[in-house]
Design a binder for this molecule. Structure first.
Ligand code: DAK
Length: 257
């Protein structure tokens, strides 16, 4: 896949998408976001890929949307360009997304990490929504996903002061799954991706969908949705195989059907 701003690799049943604008701390410009969404949609349909890791480098996951690119825009330019509309397509990706973050994870970078399903951080990761310092506010989920992750008071402090929090605070506040030494953050994410890739793909897909449903429904509606997905899995070959393998005391062989 010939991309200029990201690098895409595949191995062991998962893919890694690495942001590749190191000179500007992986600032997310229009081109990078176009490439990212394109790659994710292709990988989402690729049967060899059962989980996707998004990562940057040791210094930055991403320091936010590219400020220089939008600095002179008027509201009408923003409306007509509608460059941010493609961000919505990332939350429609059906395969599990794992963010492996290190260094600056700010603004749109933090929001992109929060769009993922699991976040693994290096000890050096710094999270923040600093948009307030440049006269704007979070626009890709920072006020919503951050609030659901860390609660109203901490989200309010981060959004209104723009201050960064450390990886250690982030894990304590429930914003990340795990913090590991810098040399292991990608390895840890790969191990997780490999483990998820070894699970029955249809069940993984419906389970992700049901967990995400919890963010936009009542408990009643969510439980109903969960139950339907649970029942639906009894139409899969993998459910028959999984339960048969259990009773026969052997390892299941998944077909992904
Ligand atoms: N945009 C463009 N360039 C950036 C950048 C950014 N966000 N962040 C860093 N850079 C560039 C710097 O300009 C510098 O480039 P040169 O000067 O060398 O050409 C290079 O990266 C290295 O940065 P620094 O020299 O500043 O490095 P330091 O270590 O001194 O400082 C820093 C690191 C991360 C603290 C600092 O660079 C910084 O404060 N960066 C800006 C962080 C920020 O404000 N991020 C939020 C941006 S607004 C939406 C979707 C998304 C968004 C909005 C709406 N919708 C779906 C509607 C997102 C908005 C944002 O993210």
């Amino acid at each position: 896949m010939p991309y200029a701003n990201i690098l895409v690799t595949k191995q062991d049943g998962y893919a890694i998408v690495q942001f590749n604008r190191p000179d500007v701390l992986n600032a997310l410009n229009i081109k990078l976001m176009e490439e990212l969404v394109d790659a994710l949609e292709i990988l989402d349909k690729d049967d060899e890929v059962r989980a996707i890791i998004l990562t940057g480098n040791e210094k930055a996951f991403a320091a936010g949307a590219d400020i220089k690119e939008m600095a002179d825009a008027t509201a009408i330019d923003m409306l007509i360009r509608d460059q941010f509309a493609r961000w919505d397509r990332i939350r429609k990706i059906k395969k599990p997304l794992i963010a492996a973050v290190s260094g600056f994870t700010l603004g749109g970078g933090c929001e992109l990490a929060m769009t993922c399903d699991i976040i693994i951080a290096s000890e050096t990761a710094k999270f923040g929504q600093p948009e307030i310092n440049i006269g704007v506010m979070p626009g890709a989920g920072g006020t919503q996903r951050l609030t659901r992750a860390v609660g109203k008071y901490k989200a309010m402090e981060m959004v209104l002061t723009g201050k960064m929090i450390s990886a250690e605070e982030a894990v304590r506040w429930g914003l990340v799954n795990k913090v590991v030494p810098i040399e292991y953050f990608l390895e840890e994410a790969k191990a997780l991706a490999k483990e998820i890739a070894s699970k029955p793909p249809v069940a993984v897909r419906l389970a992700k969908e049901a967990v995400l449903k919890a963010f936009d429904t009542t408990i009643e509606g969510g439980l109903e949705f969960e139950r339907r997905n649970f029942y639906l899995l009894f139409a899969s070959d993998d459910q028959k195989e999984g339960m048969k393998a259990f009773t026969e005391k052997r390892k299941a062989e998944w077909k992904g059907k």
